[in-house]
Design a protein around this ligand. Structure first.
Ligand code: PEP
Ligand code: MG
Length: 593
């Protein structure tokens, strides 16, 4: 077979080469096998035996995931167990067997098709996730109908895992740091469960390849380039050598970056900067610290809600925040209050669909409308602040009155805790996100009411340029270097510096090398980003003089377009500090922290 090159989405960087291990795919039957009247009770019994076996499987998976990854990660299997107990689901399966005189396989296949159709018609992300949960459970039951089923043996040797889709339970069980060299899937994207897991285990992964499972054979040699989102099937020797060299270069670069993680965060002319991490799961703290994060600049707390069937209690919140604070100590942890609404809806509440969700009841607007929920979260954040390394961050503020209202509630919750004798940090820093252009324009006034501000460039750019951040048709207009954008960001940084208050940039812009250098030049010192980008940005900022960055940043203000700015910044950096873009070079010895 000739070499095939496929393009997908690189969701976990690195290069791997190895033999394909094809995960078996459960294909629901399309054949309706009819049984005799008197076989119906036995068939229903057969279904229940499969349900029992599935229950036992899930309890085992739950336990093993809890041991490997902590109690929070195992919650999803609790949800799966609940799906199994759903009387409508089980009753429906029995009814098909009884009424249609059909095999259990047919009943499961029919149920799956019905759920797929139902979930397909909903656009909400959470519900799409629920579809894969229900499907995960139904597939397990289907597999368990075969009593003599050939157990898929646990792999003994290193391999590249190729699958159509990895359901959450499969991803947690199948990905192993030692044996899984790479992961390749037909479906999935950057925020899927598999992607998050692959990144945190450091396994290169390319997802969204559509039909890679049809193009490879078990045992075939395959290359996974998670950095460039490419997969090469059956590469000839010359291509293998090329990728081996790329892999070595990448790994050298990785080792060099890892060394950078331990070096001091300061520019060539000794200006101190602080790299921090944006995370979504408490399990990510260790990875973030090993990458050189000096604290968590953004913890997106909505994931606490999205991982549960019911609303989280104060204790649920507290456990997670306390664990975060403990594992990052003495570094700070910035907990952002719920940023729900927009595309992310709360599954536990029946939130009405809004005609224009990005401009609707989102983030702090939602919290102020649902004060009981808000107070629960605030109480938990405050209680977790007793170790004095927690900061609170309020998303999507538009006007000063919102800040005052939130502060009122916050003070009230503090009083309540004092009354109860609960310990918390009396000086817990209170910050807001600057994500709405109006807040940016009013930053100097808002700064008087808060301890720090965090610029969320993802939303700020979306709202300022009127470009939906997730709409691929207009993504060419989403430009961090748009002259209007950099002027606005500069004005916020300057207002914060004038007010002698901290300012962070926590949008994707902080993770882009030329942008980070311009932000440094504007006076930014704290950069928060996805942990995997920290070493690269740290290395870049350590390779420039702040003085030069200031000159470059000032010059950008004279330019008229994003393209001019981008070209100018890149050329200037290449001219003055070419090592910013160099890979595979030894890191200069710099003073240890
Ligand atoms: C942002 O808007 O830049 C941000 C960091 O928040 P999120 O991406 O979670 O909306
Ligand atoms: Mg945002």
């Amino acid at each position: 077979m000739d070499m095939t090159r496929l393009r997908g989405i690189g969701v976990s960087p690195g290069i791997a080469m190895g033999e394909v291990l094809l995960a078996k795919r459960v294909v629901f039957t399309s054949r309706k096998e009819i049984i005799a009247d008197d076989q119906v009770p036995d068939e229903i019994k057969r279904l229940h035996q499969a349900l029992d076996r599935t229950r036992a499987d899930l309890a085992r998976v739950k336990e093993s995931v809890r041991e490997k990854m902590g109690p929070d990660s195992s919650l999803i299997f609790e949800a799966h167990l609940l799906i199994l107990e759903d009387p409508t689901l089980v009753g429906g399966l029995e009814a098909v067997i009884r009424d249609e005189k059909a095999r259990a396989e047919w009943a499961l296949s029919k149920a799956n098709a019905r759920y797929e159709q139902l979930f397909e018609s909903l656009t909400d992300d959470y519900f799409r996730q629920r579809k894969s949960d229900v499907s995960d459970v139904l597939k397990r039951v289907y597999r368990n109908l075969e009593t003599k089923r050939e157990k898929e043996k646990a792999p003994q040797k290193q391999h590249i895992l190729v699958a159509h889709e990895l359901l959450p339970s499969e991803a947690a069980l199948r990905l192993s740091k030692e044996l899984t060299l790479g992961v390749v899937l037909d479906v999935g994207g950057g925020t899927s469960h598999t992607a998050i897991l692959a990144r945190s285990l450091g396994i290169p992964a390319v997802l969204g390849l559509r039909d890679v499972t049809r193009q490879v054979r078990e045992g075939e040699l395959i290359i996974v380039d998670g950095t460039d989102g490419e997969v090469i099937i059956d590469p000839p020797p010359a291509v293998r050598r090329e990728f081996q060299a790329k892999k070595e270069k990448y790994e050298n670069y990785g080792r060099e970056l890892q060394k950078t993680a331990k070096l001091k965060s300061e520019t060539l002319d000794r200006v101190r900067f602080i790299p921090q991490a944006n995370i979504e799961l408490p399990e990510e703290v260790d990875l973030a610290l090993s990458m050189g994060a000096e604290g968590i600049g953004l913890f997106r707390s909505e994931f606490i809600y999205l991982r549960r069937e019911s609303l989280p209690t104060e204790e649920d919140h507290f456990e997670i925040y306390a664990r975060l604070a403990r594992s990052a100590h003495p570094h700070p942890v910035t907990i952002r209050t719920l940023d729900i609404g927009g595309e992310k809806s709360l599954p536990q509440l029946n939130i009405e669909k809004e005609p224009n969700p990005a401009l609707g009841l989102r983030a702090v607007r939602f919290s102020l409308r649902n004060r009981d929920l808000f107070r629960i979260q605030l109480r938990a954040i405050l209680r977790a602040s007793a170790g004095k390394n927690v900061r609170i961050l309020v998303p999507m503020v538009t006007e000063v009155d919102e800040i005052l209202e939130v502060k009122d509630i916050f003070e009230d919750v503090k009083k309540e805790l004092r009354r109860k004798g609960e310990a918390f940090d009396e000086k817990i820093p209170f910050g807001i996100m600057i994500e709405v252009p109006a807040a940016a324009a009013l930053a100097d006034v808002m700064l008087k009411e808060v301890d720090y501000v965090s610029i969320g460039t993802n939303d700020l750019i979306q709202y300022y340029l009127a470009v939906d951040r997730s709409n691929e048709f207009v993504s060419y207009l989403f430009k961090p270097f748009h002259p209007a954008v950099i002027r606005l960001i500069r004005s916020v940084i300057q207002a914060a510096r004038k007010a002698e208050k901290d300012v962070i940039v926590c949008g994707e812009m902080a993770a882009d090398t030329p942008s980070a250098i311009v932000l440094l030049g504007f006076g930014l010192r704290t950069f928060s980003m996805n942990p995997i980008f920290i070493p690269r940005i740290k290395k870049a900022l350590r390779s420039v003089e702040c003085r030069t960055a200031e000159k470059i940043a000032e010059e950008t203000l004279k330019l008229r377009s994003a393209q001019e700015i981008e070209e100018y910044v890149t050329e200037e950096i290449l001219l003055r500090h070419p090592q910013v873009f160099l890979t595979g070079q030894p890191v200069e010895a710099a003073p240890k922290k």
